[in-house]
Ligand binder design. Structure first.
Ligand code: NAI
Ligand code: 15L
Length: 265
């Protein structure tokens, strides 16, 4: 690949992927509204608000692939979610349509199904059950991507990331954790696949305990290698197990199910 665009490159996952994806494309175009520091020789830095249609149109020009991590990543005021996750998504897909349909990996979220219980095992066909406005914005993103696929052939991997951090930090993450290395190998499979389509992919490592079934996406050849289980003993020793009736122990979305609708200023 000549140029891979990474949106949200200043965020937690963006920073983790910035170093790990050096060499994945000749050039990494890194974008965010936040500071991205200094560009290395293989990098371009573009400051851009996803809500700005003209800026996003320019941002996408010349890119062969897009790793879309940018946006509001937790529950927040609707106005902020509206700009970054709804308008921003529309701007991105319109730009991709104008610039030759670069393949997109969309960082969706487990919060599109947050109201399923942890004793339920689901696959990609399960109806969405978002646990807040943030989750709803990811449902919108998935639906928008699907429409651009059906209408224009735009390919997108809809990656419902569980919890992608250095390591699991609570008991819930023993099921939903995805390691940085497994995310990199998923990115590799998504952008190298001869045919992608528009699949939902559960973004989880090869955890012993899991709620989500990825067998429909076997054609991509992604084989996550890490397993949150190796952290169980450390977690048990350092963190109290959540009460069995608490949201953290009952719902796949954990505490997000309890978030209020945040008031606008
Ligand atoms: P983060 O909040 O650390 O990073 C998101 C980045 O997007 C930030 O750097 C922020 O400045 C940028 N951003 C926000 N609004 C923007 C706007 N209007 N225009 C341009 N940039 C904007 O989130 P994180 O953890 O890095 O997640 C990356 C993506 O993956 C997000 O879309 C999130 O929803 C998704 N995700 C992450 C999970 C995780 O475990 N880290 C789990 C599920 C989904
Ligand atoms: C998400 O969607 C968030 O972006 C991330 O910060 C975590 O909260 C994650 O879900 C999670 O559910 O652990």
């Amino acid at each position: 690949m000549k140029r891979l665009l990474i949106t949200g490159a200043a965020g937690g996952l963006g920073r983790a992927m910035r170093s790990r994806l050096a060499g994945f494309a000749e050039t990494l175009r890194l974008s965010d509204i936040a500071d991205l520091g200094t560009a290395a020789s293989h990098e371009e830095i573009v400051t851009c608000d996803l809500g700005d249609a003209a800026a996003v149109m320019k941002l996408v020009e010349g890119c062969d692939g897009i790793l879309h991590l940018g946006g509001i990543s937790v529950e927040d005021k609707f106005s902020k979610i509206l700009n970054a996750n709804l308008l921003g998504l529309y701007n991105l897909y319109e730009a991709a349509r104008a610039h030759g349909h670069p393949r997109i990996l969309f960082a969706s979220s487990n919060h599109v199904v947050g109201f399923y219980r942890q004793d339920e095992h689901i696959d990609a066909k399960a109806p969405m059950r978002p646990d807040g406005l943030y989750g709803v914005s990811k449902c919108f993103g998935e639906a928008l991507a699907r429409m651009y696929f059906e209408k224009f052939g735009q390919e997108t991997a809809l990656v419902r990331i569980g919890s992608c951090f250095e390591k699991p930090v609570n008991h819930r993450m023993l099921s939903g954790w995805m390691s940085y290395d497994d995310f990199v190998s998923l990115i590799d499979c998504v952008f190298r696949a001869p045919m992608l389509g528009c699949p939902v992919i559960w973004g989880i490592s090869n955890n012993d305990s899991k709620w989500w079934d990825n067998s429909h996406a076997a054609y991509l050849g992604w084989k996550p290698k890490d397993n949150a289980e190796i952290y169980r003993a450390e977690l048990e020793a350092t963190i109290e197990r959540p009460a069995p009736t608490s949201a953290m122990a009952v719902y796949q979305g954990g505490k997000f199910v309890e978030d209020p609708i945040f008031a606008e200023d």
